[in-house]
Design a protein around this ligand. Structure first.
Ligand SMILES: C[S@@+](CC[C@H](N)C(=O)[O-])C[C@H]1O[C@@H](n2cnc3c(N)ncnc32)[C@H](O)[C@@H]1O
Length: 328
């Protein structure tokens, strides 16, 4: 099961590459972030090249999807990426530049958002966490990518070690194992420092018990913070079959489970996972409808979207949830 879940990262990466390739990302409206040595598109292309040196199989899998770059999929990737980036930049820009802050990207996979964030917030430390198979690949791909290696000031890993630097850590662990997770995080984070936790399409792959224990542990362990989470929800209205169809499809095609899709099947139930924190939640369709007209016009010019109803059905089943605790 671990391997099947871990492979979902390559879907997320290929969706991101596809959205970049088609011009959805970076959004000139939302993602003004400077990336350091190169632009947003270039760092991703560079990473993909690095990945080719690490595994031709994974590289092939990621780039193959580019051939079927559906608008509905690109809109979805656009929405989740800009929503999270906007939120992170909003939180970080409110924190004084002399105040230390740390981000834990749990199940971060091949995500490269640490690059613009580390570039723009010198007070930030970024910690990526994933299964060891994923972190091994990411570590090698980052090391193979000269620009990223230099920009992140990565130290050469010895033996089985992963790349690291003073402000960037890559941690291998199974988030379902709270004991292991807490020990590993303790080594590289500081509980007194304001902490932003990202779970982008990750909690959905964990069991109810393990994800709940993880949430409870982290919001109690770190004195203050924000939790930004994005996930699918199964749907709760009587005739809504989205979740059951999704579960069946994943099971049949990949032997993949989303154990809590039908448990936290509404916005309210999903938000309740973070109780008693102050939490707000929106579905991605609500966020889509807040995009300014100019940006909508730009998006429409990229690809012809004739499946607006399909986009609506899909995006009402994905949520963006923000919680906050302590004094940050
Ligand atoms: C769909 S991918 C999302 C990757 C990234 N967050 C993104 O949105 O681009 C899910 C990621 O969560 C990781 N993951 C899921 N369950 C995990 C667990 N129990 N421990 C560590 N990583 C996990 C997978 O390995 C994978 O990289």
């Amino acid at each position: 099961m671990e391997r099947v879940v871990q492979q979902t990262d390559y879907d997320a990466l290929s969706c991101r590459i596809s959205a970049i390739y088609k011009g959805y990302l970076p959004s000139p409206c939302y993602q003004l972030a400077k990336c350091g040595y190169m632009g947003y598109k270039e760092i991703h292309m560079d990473y993909i090249n690095g990945l080719k040196h690490v595994s031709r199989r994974i590289h092939g899998k990621v780039t193959r999807t580019l051939q079927s770059s559906y608008p509905v999929m690109n809109y979805g990737t656009y929405l989740r990426t800009v929503s999270i980036d906007l939120e992170l930049n909003g939180i970080l820009s409110k924190i004084g530049k002399d105040q230390r802050v740390q981000i834990l990207d749990l199940g971060g996979g091949s995500d490269l958002r640490m690059v613009p964030l580390l570039r723009n917030y010198p007070n930030l430390k970024f910690v990526d966490v994933d299964y060891s198979e994923s972190t091994k690949v990411k570590s090698k791909a980052l090391w193979e990518t000269q620009g990223l290696r230099e920009f992140l000031k990565l130290q050469e890993p010895q033996g089985d070690q992963l790349v690291r630097s003073d402000r960037y850590e890559l941690i291998s662990c199974d988030l379902n194992d709270l004991n292991q997770t807490s020990v590993k995080l303790d080594k590289v984070t500081d509980a007194d420092v304001p902490t932003i936790i990202i779970t982008e399409c990750v909690l959905c792959y964990m069991t109810q018990d393990a994800s709940q224990k993880l949430i409870e542990y982290l919001i109690n362990h770190y004195k203050s913070g924000h939790w930004v989470s994005y996930d699918p929800i199964g749907g709760s209205s009587e005739n809504d079959r989205f979740g059951t169809i999704m579960q069946a499809n994943l099971r049949d095609s990949r032997n993949l489970e989303m154990p809590t899709l039908m448990i936290f099947n509404s916005k309210e139930k999903y938000a309740n996972r973070f109780a008693p924190l102050q939490t707000s939640i929106q579905d991605m369709w609500e966020l889509f409808n807040k995009i300014p007209q100019d940006e909508i016009k730009r998006l429409k010019s990229l690809q012809f979207l004739d499946e607006l109803e399909e986009l609506k059905v899909m995006q009402t089943h994905y949520v963006f949830c923000k919680s906050q605790w302590g004094n940050v």
